[in-house]
Design a protein around this ligand. Structure first.
Ligand code: PGA
Length: 299
């Protein structure tokens, strides 16, 4: 006999016997009869070529060889357990679903990342809800999605938030605006300017209000608009200045349609966060997308 003749079944029985050190208990745990346990262990000992057990009185003991085989059995079954967890996770990744909710402002990069992720896992059903901060926080409180993309996580200990990219907020104006090209504009100077603001409930709006409040500058909102797109068009048309996430205006800054203002205290250094309720059990797909975001290189 050689070790190659040992079967997984025998190793499993011996692993259980090494834990209980009782043939009767092992038989019960394995749904076998005691003689069946003894035969399998005897055959394993023959395959190993050494006795695995010794009996002193009524008590069973592992021999030195038995201890080595028992340690190897533990390694083998721990590894098999890991393998079954990995296989279950892979199955989840190939057939599962992923529900995301992201801020409107994140729509400038999340769909592209989601596209890359979906190409890697084509069997996953992915849904993406896009809304402002208030809408996303509302969905988070109702536990509607697997992951949420926010510019500022809510103040709660019951959520888990991981930053994955920079999200600077910059001041913008139309290219011929008199403040364009000026160095170190003081926040006070923005007080007299018509301001194009996002709607109440928007994270951008909240950040703008705290910036003006912090510098004790009155915010004179000329227009309140429900999307970054509308804000950009209005600023480009010369109706006022605004403060907006840089990711929303990359293209316009590059083409020269919109200019950035050099204001003291700006850009506001914020970050993008991937957020979920702390106690929520993560699906394999959600875990994989979170890892994908954190390692995406956007940070
Ligand atoms: P918003 O949030 O899209 O609701 O304005 C953006 C942010 O918080 O950065």
């Amino acid at each position: 006999m050689s070790l190659h003749h040992a079967t997984l079944h025998q190793l499993k029985i011996f692993n259980t016997l090494a834990r209980h050190m009782s043939v009767a208990q092992t038989a019960r745990a394995m749904h076998l009869t005691p003689p069946a346990v003894s035969i399998q262990v005897k055959q394993l000992a023959e395959a190993v070529g050494e006795p695995l057990l010794e009996q002193v009185g009524k008590q069973l003991y592992l021999t030195e060889t038995g201890k080595v085989v028992a340690a190897a059995c533990r390694d083998i079954f721990d590894r098999l357990e890991l393998l079954s967890q990995d296989l279950a996770a892979m199955e989840g990744l190939h057939k599962g679903s992923l529900h995301l909710a992201a801020l409107t402002t994140a729509q400038y990069f999340i769909p592209r990342l989601l596209g890359e992720f979906s190409r890697e896992y084509p069997g996953l059903d992915v849904s993406l809800f896009v809304g402002n901060r208030e809408a996303i926080l509302d969905r988070l409180s109702r536990n509607e999605d697997d992951l949420y993309i926010l510019g500022q996580p809510p103040d709660s200990t019951r959520i888990f938030a991981e930053p994955f990219a920079e999200n600077p907020l910059v001041a913008i104006a139309y290219p011929d605006h008199p403040l364009v090209g000026r160095k170190r504009i003081r926040p006070k100077q923005l007080g007299g300017e018509s301001f194009i603001a996002r709607e109440q409930g928007s994270g951008t709006r909240l950040a703008c209000e705290s910036f003006f409040l912090e510098h004790e500058v009155p915010l004179s909102v000329r227009l309140e608009l429900g999307s970054n797109e509308a804000v950009k068009q209005t600023v480009a048309a010369g109706l006022g200045i605004s403060i907006i996430s840089k990711s929303a205006v990359q293209a316009e800054l590059a083409s020269g349609e919109i200019a950035m203002l050099d204001v003291v205290g700006l850009p506001l250094q914020r970050q993008w966060y991937v957020v979920r309720p702390e106690k929520k059990i993560q699906t394999a797909a959600a875990r994989a997308f979170q890892d994908f975001l954190v390692t995406s290189g956007l940070g």
